[in-house]
Design a protein around this ligand. Structure first.
Ligand code: MF3
Ligand code: CO
Ligand code: CO
Length: 268
């Protein structure tokens, strides 16, 4: 029986083989955009200027920004510096030597959504910032390694949580990954903590993001008066990486891998 093109009892859409192509194109453009912005991450530049460059790159590629107009948001990126956990709004704020920041971009190509974010370093960063960024990236990759048909979403969360906590850092609970494909945010909520064997069972053809946020201090966050910017309550540093992935017969296909292999801020 062909079980593709349906929706599971948990409301998760099962995509068809041909749909992987659409996601691959959208994911590649999003990841390429994050590669091409690297030279502009220097002291003195404003996050608004970075956002404008991203918007131009997306438009010139003939694609659309998914975030412009989304729930009233007006920018092509979220840019989250230091203790900002996620959803930092591009502005006239300038980058300073030693800052770490996350840039999150979501593009729409032929109706398919590519959503990815990664960390950048401004000049030389502290040892503890470097460690936070490294652990957060490794946590994402360990989550992705838990992806294969028959495993559960709880297995993904557990892989991320145990790795982060073993390194005496904390996983943010207030934000999660999400299903995506021909929509931006769809079921399920992809939690970055959890217990083995719990949650919905993974099936070939599911598309979703994994996007752990990791804090050096406590996990609690609060949203600022602008209604978007989420920060750590204890003002500790926070980092995040995000990939859009699809479940294959044997594991995961990562749609948003850096074409230039430049996903790591200190590898230039
Ligand atoms: N790209 C973000 C995510 O990973 C969503 C940003 S929504 C925005 O899901 F409106 F803040 F841009
Ligand atoms: Co996302
Ligand atoms: Co995103």
């Amino acid at each position: 029986m062909d079980t593709r093109g349906r929706v599971t009892k948990d409301g998760i859409r099962i995509y068809e083989d041909a749909d992987f192509d659409g996601m691959h194109k959208a994911g590649r453009l999003a990841a390429e955009t994050l590669d091409r912005i690297i030279p502009f991450i220097v002291p003195g530049v404003t996050t608004g200027e970075i956002d404008k460059r991203v918007e131009d790159m997306v438009t010139e590629a003939g694609a659309t920004s998914a975030t412009i107009g989304y729930k009233g948001y007006r920018h092509a990126t979220c840019i989250s510096i230091n203790h900002v956990v996620c959803h930092g709004i591009p502005s006239d704020k300038r980058l300073h030597e030693g800052d770490i920041l996350n840039i999150d971009v979501t593009v729409i190509v032929d109706g398919w959504f590519g959503d990815t974010s990664r960390m950048y370093a401004v000049g030389k960063i502290s040892r503890k910032a470097e460690r936070l960024v490294e652990i957060t990236h490794e946590a994402l990759m360990r989550g992705i390694e838990a992806v294969k048909p028959g495993n559960t979403f709880g297995d993904i969360g557990h892989a991320i949580q145990t790795f982060v906590e073993k390194n005496r850092m904390s996983v943010v609970r207030d934000f999660c990954g999400h299903g995506l494909g021909q929509v931006f945010h769809a079921p399920p909520n992809v939690l970055h903590y959890g217990r083995p064997g719990k949650g919905a069972v993974l099936e070939e053809g599911m598309f979703f993001t994994i996007e752990p946020m990791v804090n050096l201090g406590r996990p609690e966050t609060k949203v600022l008066a602008d209604d978007w910017t989420a920060v750590t309550r204890d003002k500790s540093l926070s980092a995040q990486f995000e990939h859009s992935i699809g479940v294959t017969a044997t594991g995961a296909e990562i749609f948003t891998l850096s074409p230039a292999g430049k996903f790591h801020p200190t590898w230039g």
